[in-house]
Design a protein around this ligand. Sequence first.
Ligand code: CAA
Length: 257
Amino acid sequence: MTYETILVEQRGGVTLVTLNRPQALNALNSQVLADMLAAMVAFDADPSQGCAVITGSEKAFAAGADIKEMQAQGFADMYAHDFFAGWDRFTRTRKPIIAAVAGYALGGGCELAMMCDFILAADTAKFGQPEIKLAVSPGMGGSQRLTRAVGKAKAMEMCLTGRMMDAAEAERAGLVSRVVPAADLVEEAVKTATTIAGMAPLAVKANKEMVNAAFDTTLAMGVQFERRLFHALFGTDDQSEGMTAFVEKRQGVWTGK
Ligand code: CAA
């Protein structure tokens, strides 16, 4: 399958998606959304694929939603079409997605990175929500996900001033899991994704679901949700294989059942 605005390749069990609108610093327009949703549906449905990596270019992961596409829109158009609501479907991808961010991740670009399950940053990465400079605001979840990731003080400052955070600050603030040299970013992300793709698939989905539940529920409900899924994993062949393999001092062989 080929797409207009993204490049998709499989590296073993890893689907590598590269945003490919260099002329617009990978700005996210409606075609990027359509392409990304189609690629994520295909990724989720392909049993040979266990983890995805989304990356951009050296200069920009993505410099935001496409300002030129939004420029002439009015409230009625935006509200009637529930503009950006399509991105909610991206977050319903059930297998893990790593954002590998180099250069600018601004506005919708920062928001897309935060919709992924975690962010690996190049030392060149710059994160920001500069929408206020356009007299608007984040619209793809940035005010919520950034605040949950870095806390109110930094999120509020970034949304109100448009100030960018560099990779080192993003790591200190907990926005990214790790910072790596820019030259190693994609290789390191694919290596990490390969590790995840090598785990038992049902356990991977369950781990993703329960960590995400921490954002949507109370501690008591979240712990209950975790425990139910943990119990459920004891109904899988892979749990039995995983624990038997440990006792027999060998690697587990997963069936995904
Ligand atoms: N939308 C559309 N086009 C964009 C774009 C965007 N978000 N960001 C960059 N581009 C285009 C530029 O218009 C330019 O195109 P032309 O050559 O046709 O003029 C091209 O990409 C290269 O950009 P620059 O010449 O500006 O590159 P630079 O190196 O001088 O600056 C930058 C880089 C600081 C990232 C600058 O491009 C910039 O500030 N971009 C906009 C960032 C922004 O405001 N993002 C938020 C968008 S709104 C949003 O995302 C809403 C939401 O919540 C989802």
